[in-house]
Design a binder for this molecule. Structure first.
Ligand SMILES: [Fe+2]
Length: 381
């Protein structure tokens, strides 16, 4: 008799996380830990205008660290945008980066930091575990509670020529430090709060039910579902509700630790082509798709979906869990149909083919064909 090889669970946490109100003002501590002498602050003009950069810059100045600000980050950065940030860091001979912003700023900084120590171009590192050397130190300070880019080993960079979003997955392409400061999200407008928060909820749900899940990741994911399910509608309704802001940020940390170690599922496989072909914002794409993919998956993992329902406060019932996610879209002002986001039927064929290339399809709880993906896009249209 031959026995199956024992399953090995691998849990990777390359990022050191500090969590709490006001923690962003302690930026000099992680910079001292890596003996940073010259720092490039990577951000976008909106974050500067919101006054979120000045207090952090002040702390860096007080610590006597030479620094410059690069505020050229754009939404959905492309390969050339990363190169531009990298060149700025190289020209000032930066030895560390401080990223302040949403997923676009943090991913730009993560990949510029990869180029600082590995050379080459972003295209050399697309895929899983293709980055040989650890990136230069990045201190990531998120201003949204959503993508988890400050913790995850994933970065997403757009390639407009191929209508593709390139995914780089490597424990060498992460931020070394994440400063999770709920105060930094206080001014985030309701719609951005809603779509970034839904991204976190989707990360948690997909991680909880997928084929790679194991007890350690499940305990994190279910906690994230509980926190986000409670806090998201409250943070959208009243941005100054600090308990809601704090629990949303806790949800980001738990969900990111979980999904960095399990990958995701059909929602994320289908969301990337919606960005590449139809320019739908990531958070909007995953939010609209979630109830449809849950409906498709729920019979493949009924017990898990029942637990999702319980964590969302609607009882141990898979169908109630699906209904609750749909209601959350309406409560938080997110479109419920892809056609409201500029998506047209003629793009579905190309998007479905791209979605099938994603490694997230293989870990989805229910086996999925090209025809299934096309049907799911149509159901959400
Ligand atoms: Fe996501």
């Amino acid at each position: 008799m031959t026995l199956a090889a024992p399953r090995i669970d691998v849990f990777r946490i390359p990022t050191r996380i500090m969590f709490g109100r006001g923690v962003s003002e302690r930026v000099a501590e992680p910079l001292a830990q890596v003996a940073a002498k010259r720092v490039l602050i990577v951000t976008d003009p909106g974050v500067v205008k919101a006054g979120l950069v000045a207090p952090i810059e002040q702390r860096i100045r007080e610590a006597g660290i030479a620094h410059e600000i690069y505020d050229g980050v754009v939404p959905d950065p492309v390969v050339a945008d990363v190169e531009r940030c990298f060149e700025r860091a190289r020209d000032m001979r930066a030895d560390a980066l401080v990223a302040i912003g949403g997923g676009s700023s943090i991913d730009t900084a993560k990949m510029a930091a990869v180029l600082m120590t590995n050379g080459g171009t972003v295209l050399d590192y697309v895929g899983i575990d293709k980055v040989p050397r650890p990136a230069a130190p990045v201190v990531a300070i998120p201003t949204t509670a959503g993508t988890g880019a400050e913790i995850t080993i994933n970065s997403v960079i757009a390639d407009p020529e191929q209508h593709k979003k390139l995914v780089i997955i490597s424990p060498n392409a992460t931020a070394l430090f994440a400063l999770e400061d709920p105060d930094m999200t206080r001014g985030l407008p309701p719609f951005l709060t809603a779509i970034t928060g839904m991204d976190t909820l989707v990360h948690a749900v997909e991680s909880y039910v997928n084929k790679n899940t194991y007890p350690m990741t499940r305990s994190l994911a279910i906690e994230a579902i509980r926190d986000a399910g409670w806090a998201l509608p409250r943070a959208v309704k009243d941005g100054s509700d600090l308990e809601a802001r704090e629990r949303m940020m806790r949800a980001v940390v738990s969900a990111s630790l979980a999904f960095s170690n399990t990958r995701l599922g059909n929602v994320h496989a289908m969301a990337l082509p919606l960005g590449g072909w139809c320019h739908v914002a990531h958070g909007t794409a995953v939010a609209v798709l979630l109830p449809h993919v849950m409906e498709f998956n729920r019979t493949a993992a009924p017990d898990r979906f029942a637990e999702v329902g319980e964590a969302l406060g609607v009882g141990k019932d898979p169908q109630a869990a699906v209904r609750r996610t749909h209601a959350l879209l309406e409560e938080t002002g997110i479109p419920t149909r892809l056609s409201e986001c500029g998506v047209t039927d003629d793009k579905i064929g190309a998007m479905a083919k791209d979605a099938m290339q994603s490694g997230n399809i293989a870990v989805n709880p229910r086996a999925t064909t090209l025809a299934d993906i096309e049907a799911l896009y149509r159901a959400a249209l």
